[in-house]
Write a protein that binds this ligand. Structure first.
Ligand code: PRP
Length: 182
């Protein structure tokens, strides 16, 4: 693996998903989505900021189906850095999604609280359909969260890169790596 040859930035323990594997999987997911929505002409792809911005950009550029892009930013209420499960909207969509086919794009499924909240909020706006595309699943979500398109199931460790941060660092790494939990 290319990344293995070089030294990882300090604080990172190992590469979990390489740049090459991400590229290949994003292509496969884009092909599947393009196929599933081939008869639709009103797909809106919704990126969940900030973490999904790089995945979303790569994914949308490989879709062969007409779509528009929109974004939402949400935040978990946390006490002392721990998530409490309550989510709020920081920035809402620009456009109405009523009667549109909606695909939510998330970088990671952890507790499942964020995606669950988004499904509920966006579902109440009466879209024609509502699906989810998630790059990484830690497999620890206690909440029943339907993921229609999944990139990778990863171990339950702290990860950064390809949009994911630790205190706003590491988002632009081209791979997903495990970070030492401080
Ligand atoms: C992360 C990630 C997901 C969410 C997943 O966002 O991007 O949106 O947490 O966790 P959950 O399944 O436990 O809800 P974060 O709050 O770190 O914000 P960011 O994307 O702006 O970095």
């Amino acid at each position: 693996m290319e990344e293995m040859m070089k030294e990882l930035p300090s604080g990172l323990l190992r590469v979990i998903v390489s740049k090459k594997d991400i590229k290949q999987r994003v292509g496969e997911i884009a092909e599947k989505i393009s196929n599933d929505y081939r008869d639709e002409d009103n797909l809106v792809v919704i990126g969940v900021l900030k973490g999904a911005f790089i995945f979303m950009a790569d994914l949308c550029r490989r879709l062969n189906v007409w779509h528009t892009a929109d974004f939402m930013a949400v935040s978990s209420y946390g006490l002392g850095g721990e998530e409490s499960g309550a989510v709020r909207i920081i920035m809402d969509l620009r456009e109405s999604i009523t009667d549109r086919h909606v695909l939510i794009v998330e970088d990671i499924l952890d507790s499942g609280a964020t995606l669950n909240y988004l499904m509920r909020i966006l579902g109440s706006r009466k879209p024609a359909s509502l699906r989810t595309c998630v790059l990484l699943d830690k497999g620890r979500s206690a909440i029943e969260t339907p993921v229609n398109y999944l990139g990778f199931t990863i171990p339950d460790v702290w990860v950064v890169g390809y949009g994911l941060d630790f205190a706003e660092e590491y988002r632009t790494l081209p791979y997903i790596a495990e970070i030492r939990k401080k």
